[in-house]
Design a protein around this ligand. Structure first.
Ligand code: PMP
Length: 365
């Protein structure tokens, strides 16, 4: 087949909204101080790693995993405090759960609504699932613009609203009363995405059953298990039973199930590292605010900090940091409200020190 006939076929058959998308780019892991992806910077101690490897050795790879991940779900329900009467569903990362929620409600004219700047995957997955995507600009200091959100609910009648609580990439937790009003006013589902709950002060999980249209989503990615790809969705069984029909069998593989079970048995390790990250976040925020050329550091309830540098500097600073072996996220250009902004994940104390040193150098270069 000739090149031209193949590209004509691609043009003819691939959905135009997919043709228009750019694939999600993840920088290849390199020998750098990696502070770009909101991972927990602490690997497990050697003894724990050995015990985990022994647990994995018992997994029968010739067999399919437990399709319902029964044991893991039971443990997670207890560990998370899933309210009595609520159902729990697991996904291959919360990204998969976003896709399943969209597939549940997708159809011509169906809209995903979310505040912006927000998590990039809400838009990408909305388009993947054939839905229309609409965003509402955040207000001052990245707080929800309640009037604009309520107007957009009336106008767009979204099938699903995503609210990251705390928000990525801004780090703040939106006003709880505003979220409550949005849940009341929304005609369809509201997903409160608590990916950063472990670093935050508040959660909607205990009240998940108090609203007929609320789902609460979490992930183990930020607390130290990003490699497992395990997301969690909690809601009323009426919603979850429908979602269950869309979930592909065995979406949580045997190694993930065994590793997550093991991690829950050794939960103290994860809890300790989360507490350390919260302490380090405070130190890093204070130090960052004193770096010449850093004009703003936003308060964060997540495991990262968003900050602004002098106008026109962000991209050069981002590259300068990379040249000095430190990888963070450049937010400049991703949204008008994020001009001159960068995002750094809280690392180990030594990594944060290297970042601050490299940033000071890059800003004075
Ligand atoms: N929601 C938010 C707000 C996030 O920031 C992220 C990860 N960047 C996710 C969901 C996706 O998490 P997971 O690794 O579970 O797919």
């Amino acid at each position: 087949m000739s090149e031209s006939s193949r590209s004509a076929l691609v043009d003819a058959w691939v959905r135009p909204e997919v043709r228009a998308l750019k694939a999600y780019h993840v920088p290849p892991p390199a020998d750098v101080v990696k502070l770009d992806a909101m991972e927990n910077p602490w690997p497990w101690p050697g003894a724990l790693t050995s015990a985990w490897q022994q647990a994995l050795a018992e997994v029968a790879l010739n067999r399919y995993p437990d399709a319902g991940a029964t044991e893991l779900k039971q443990r997670l329900r207890k560990a998370m405090g899933v309210p009595e009467g609520a159902e729990l569903m697991l996904g291959n990362g919360s990204d998969e759960l976003i896709l399943l929620v969209n597939l549940l409600v997708a159809g011509p004219g169906r809209v995903v609504l979310t505040p912006a700047p927000g998590f990039a995957m809400y838009r990408i997955i909305a388009l993947n699932s054939g839905m229309a995507y609409r965003e509402v600009p955040l207000g001052e200091d990245f707080e929800l613009d309640e009037a604009a959100m309520l107007a957009a609910l009336r106008d767009a009648q979204p099938a699903v609203v995503y609210l990251a609580y705390p928000n990525n990439p801004t780090g703040n937790a939106f006003n709880r009363e505003t979220i409550t009003r949005i849940i009341h006013e929304a005609p369809g589902l509201v997903v409160v995405d608590e990916a950063y709950y472990a670093f935050a002060r508040d959660s909607f999980l205990p009240e998940v059953l108090e609203y007929p249209n609320l789902l609460v989503m979490r992930t183990v990615s930020k607390v130290g298990l990003a490699g497992l790809r395990l997301g969690l969705l909690v809601g009323h069984p009426d919603w979850l039973a429908e979602l269950e029909k869309l979930r592909l069998p065995y979406n949580i593989n045997a190694l993930t199930q065994a590793s997550a079970n093991f991690a829950l048995e050794h939960r103290a390790q994860l809890d300790k590292s989360v507490a350390d990250i919260i302490t380090e976040r405070g130190r890093l925020a204070e130090a960052l605010a004193t770096v010449p050329g850093v004009v703003r550091v936003w308060p964060s309830e997540a495991n990262f900090l968003t900050f602004r540098v002098s106008p026109g500097q962000a991209t050069a600073v981002h590259q300068g940091l990379q040249g000095r072996g430190v990888l963070i996220k450049n937010l400049h250009g991703s949204h008008p409200q994020l001009s001159d902004c960068l995002r750094v994940t809280v690392g180990q104390p030594g990594e944060n020190a290297r970042f601050l040193e490299a940033l000071t150098d890059a800003l004075s270069a």
